[in-house]
Design a protein around this ligand. Structure first.
Ligand code: UD1
Length: 344
């Protein structure tokens, strides 16, 4: 019998890639998504890629009864991967209550329902944003948690605490907190990828939209930072590599191989790239020239952060393997696919 996994936010960017990897690894997947920032046709595309149609329920994780009904409809769910969350940093500053409600209530509901339905483990999507600007780079999981720069970042910190407190209280569950660095790229088939609503706030969707002519110019937010070329540095991780980390972490939970009931792993490449380096890597790997200009700094930006992924490498036996050139080509292929299919 295939093991049943519930994936909240499974039609979204990271969620859809993870569903593909789970199905390719033999899991049966049930997706729950309220479609607030994704489209139901992701389910079709997952089926096209894997040959298997995941079950899909359009339910908001904040709806406790709705979620209870999902668990009742699909008995025997063994693990949950909880992606569903609001994730725009700027919007979270404008609408803090929306962020606190969405991101906190959904997790609380799931944690409350897990013991009731005998679900063993949960993987929670956390973020390197919990480190703020680290004092030491590369940053390890031991680094102190800094005061959050935004309500969005704060929801990640609070949710990590909610998971820890729940497990510490004796709830019969265990957890893995995955701290993602900057997930980018798209599936090699270009059937699933990142689909931002409106004007993209993140670098790669803005970059590919500029390259294809939807946006006139990419703004590089600052070249006077304390970095070799003055632009900010991030650890860009290929979304398919990131998705695979979830499959390994879930198997570790289900096999009872965890060393502690709550484990934390950085999921990054270990390599920092500046915005300007990324732009040049994109131009070189795709042959597409990019129109960009240096503008002022963006409020709230971290100067530099990249992962020490040693713990994930050693404990999970997972490593980010995809070269940045392939990752950037996949993002470009996705953007071209969106144009060809008339989506963007
Ligand atoms: C931040 C958070 C991350 C969160 C993500 C969600 C940190 C360290 N990271 O990512 O946890 O999941 O938001 O949105 O807090 N840039 C430009 N021009 C643009 C867009 C971006 O130069 O048009 C630059 C930014 O200044 C930054 C880099 O590109 O240096 C990456 O930006 P972005 O893709 O928005 O991600 P983060 O801000 O790193």
């Amino acid at each position: 019998m295939k093991q049943r996994i519930l994936v909240t936010g499974g039609t979204g960017f990271i969620g859809s890639h993870t569903v593909v990897e789970l199905q390719n690894s033999g899991y049966e997947v049930i997706i729950v998504d309220n479609l607030s920032n994704s489209k139901a046709d992701a389910v079709d595309h997952i089926e096209q890629i894997t040959g298997i149609r995941p079950a899909f329920e359009q339910v908001d994780c904040c709806d406790l009864e709705g979620m209870d009904a999902v668990f009742a409809k699909y008995p025997g769910i063994q693990g949950i991967i909880h992606f569903a969350a609001s994730k725009a940093v700027g919007e979270s500053v404008q609408k803090p209550l929306l962020y606190y409600r969405n991101n906190l209530v959904s997790l609380i509901n799931i944690l409350e329902l897990m013991p009731k339905h005998g679900v063993k483990g949960i993987i929670f999507s956390s973020s390197c944003t919990v480190y703020g600007q680290p004092d030491v780079l590369p940053v390890t999981e031991e680094a102190p948690i800094k005061k959050a720069e935004s309500p969005y970042g704060n929801t990640k910190q609070i949710n990590e605490e909610i998971v820890r407190d729940t497990v510490a209280s004796g709830a019969p569950i265990s957890a893995v907190l995955l701290r993602y660095f900057n997930p980018i790229g798209a599936h090699p088939t270009a059937l699933i990828g990142e689909l931002p609503n409106g004007v993209p706030q993140n670098l790669i969707p803005f970059l590919t939209q500029t390259a294809i002519g939807i946006r006139e110019k990419l703004s590089v937010f600052g070249d006077d930072y304390d970095t070799p070329d003055g632009s900010c540095i991030r650890d860009y991780i290929y979304v398919v590599d990131l998705a695979k980390a979830h499959v390994i972490a879930m198997q570790r939970i289900l096999d009872g191989k965890q060393k502690e009931k709550v484990e934390v792993f950085n999921v990054g490449t270990g390599r920092g790239l500046s915005v300007l380096e990324l732009i040049h890597a994109f131009e070189e790997s795709t042959g597409v020239k990019l129109n960009y200009q240096i503008t002022g700094r963006r409020a709230g930006d971290i100067v530099k952060v990249w992962a020490d992924p040693t713990l994930a490498n050693n404990e999970l036996g997972w490593k980010a393997e995809t070269p940045i050139e392939d990752t950037l080509r996949s993002a470009w292929k996705w953007q071209v696919h969106l144009r060809e299919t008339g989506v963007q």
